[in-house]
Design a protein around this ligand. Structure first.
Ligand code: NBP
Length: 476
């Protein structure tokens, strides 16, 4: 009997997804360029379900029932293109190739066009949850034709995480929509982690030990900040180094690495004109953390306060940090959802923003209590301009903002870098200000470059004769 589905790529993600499918009763064809990895999977986990292992890709494709559904879980980039090229001559019309790797959405648009031009379906699916998620239930963000989703969707929904019985997998839109949504997920993951790190630095600055910080995060995880990343922040901070017995966090080199999805999110936001300042500051903070020479020079040459926050009421300040964390998180998510909407409009995907929030409630790395609130707000009002201004959110931002401001002020005074805390607050203040400094920018641009300005009391574009009699000319 033929397999229900095939998986190519037996590294950690592909083999765990194949096992997850098998655990749910699907017969799974498996293939890897290096056959030894396929053999290892069968030797170690072959008894967990029904697998059909092939050494050659021709046998692998032939072992899958038509229309075939083939999940490609190889290294993103060139290896994905190479695997597609190998599969194409072996497929029948109507077969589906799904790329579950971390592809850039523009590559997915290109691949979808190419593969669909040959008479097959191509699905670009973002998968979040790491290796454990792949095995036990990830969040899955597929994009492609509705017909391809009819073939793949039921299987993906079955193996995905579930939130109160609802699958954390939904069709996001055509071609690149799924990988676009996954890209934004990862961008939000960057800002979430950075702002958790900023909260940690401030907790230390007010005198808490690593163990006390761990307890603080654990207690925050019981309330409205409840989320996977806050939960595991407590776990990392509690951990001891197995070699030295010191706190694990203190022996880890203080340089954050990145694989590029945060950078893509910010690059795309810049192209779309969306101000994702929380994610942007998080990407830049990682970059600066790795500038060894700058930091070495700065430690010697740049003077300032010693990163100690003195407060009369420490518990009250800790509560302020909690509130600041909630506010900055709201703004970062709000900006991320704005980018989803802008991308959906730009690329013609018409992404249902509430659906994205819905499938992030479980399985993925940014799963958080807040996502159910985001889902509710966008379902109630699909035209919601900004999540931070939503009816259930804005009053709380108003209530928490004094705490948020006091945390940013304390960080600045003490010399503790808190770029996401402060950039998200500036974004909030710019959004609520009657006028920002854009009028002066326009005045300067018109003076030095005749770039024109608009008026508050008339339509059209105008230019002032700055080097002449300073009369006004209407341009259009
Ligand atoms: P890797 O990203 O480490 O890729 C290894 C796999 O790619 C192996 O199966 C390898 O085959 C195959 N491969 C390579 Br490399 N070049 C190939 C080629 N030219 N032709 C065919 N196969 C080739 O695996 P991973 O960490 O399991 O991740 C798989 C995908 O899932 C990636 O796109 C990743 O970004 C994404 N992802 C990973 C995570 C995570 O937590 N790790 C989470 C979400 C998404 P070989 O055995 O013959 O070398």
């Amino acid at each position: 009997t033929k397999a229900n589905i095939g998986v190519v790529g037996m590294a950690v993600m592909g083999s765990n997804l194949a096992r997850n499918l098998a655990h749910h009763g699907y017969r799974v064809a498996v293939f890897n360029r290096t056959y030894a990895k396929t053999q290892t999977l069968i030797a170690e986990h072959g008894d967990e379900g029904e697998f059909i292992a092939s050494e050659h890709i021709e046998d692998f494709v032939a072992s899958i029932a038509e229309p075939r559904a083939i999940i490609c879980m190889v290294k993103a980039g060139g290896p994905t293109d190479a695997t597609i090229e190998e599969l194409l001559p072996l497929l029948s019309p109507g077969d589906v190739i799904m790329d579950g790797g971390n592809a850039f959405f523009r590559d997915t648009i290109r691949r979808e066009k190419y593969v669909s031009g040959k008479g097959f379906h191509f699905v670009g699916a973002g998968i979040s949850g790491g290796e454990v998620g792949a095995l036990t239930g990830p969040s899955i963000m597929p994009g492609g034709t509705p017909e391809s989703y009819r073939i793949l969707g039921p299987m993906l929904e079955t193996i995905s995480a579930h939130y109160e019985g609802e699958p954390c997998c939904a069709w996001m839109g055509p071609d690149g929509a799924g990988h676009f949504v996954k890209m934004i997920h990862n961008g939000i993951e960057y800002s979430d982690m950075q702002v958790i790190g900023e909260a940690y630095e401030l907790l230390k600055a007010v005198g808490l030990s690593n163990q006390e910080c761990a307890q603080t995060f654990a207690s925050w995880n019981e309330g409205e900040l409840s989320s996977y990343l806050v939960e595991i922040a407590a776990e990392v901070l509690r951990q001891k180094d197995p070699r030295t017995g010191k706190d694990f966090i203190d022996i880890v080199a203080d340089r954050a690495q990145m694989k590029g999805t945060g950078t893509w999110t910010v690059q795309t936001a810049l192209e779309l004109g969306v101000a994702t300042t929380g994610i942007g500051e998080a990407v830049f903070a990682r970059a600066e953390s790795s500038l060894d020479e700058l930091r070495a020079a700065g430690r010697t040459a740049l003077k300032g306060p010693d990163r100690t926050v003195s407060v009369n009421d420490r518990d009250a300040f800790i509560e302020n940090i909690r509130k600041a964390l909630w506010c900055s998180k709201v703004v970062s998510y709000s900006q991320g959802f704005d980018e989803i909407r802008a991308g959906g409009a730009e690329f013609g995907w018409d992404i249902d923003v509430a659906e994205a929030a819905k499938i992030w409630r479980a399985g993925c790395i940014i799963r958080a209590e807040l996502l159910e609130q985001i889902r509710q707000e966008y379902s109630t009002d699909p035209k919601l301009v900004s999540f931070m201004a939503a009816p259930s959110i804005a009053p709380k931002m108003a209530e928490y903002q004094d705490a948020w401001r006091s945390v940013v002020a304390a960080a600045v005074t003490a010399g503790v870098p808190a770029p996401v805390f402060s950039a998200t607050l500036a974004y909030y203040d710019a959004a609520r200000a009657p006028r920002v400094n854009a009028a002066l920018t326009q005045g300067l641009r018109d003076l030095f470059g005749s770039h024109t300005y608009e008026r508050i009391d008339d339509h059209g574009h105008f230019h002032l004769e700055w080097s002449g009699d300073r009369s006004e000319t209407r341009i259009d």
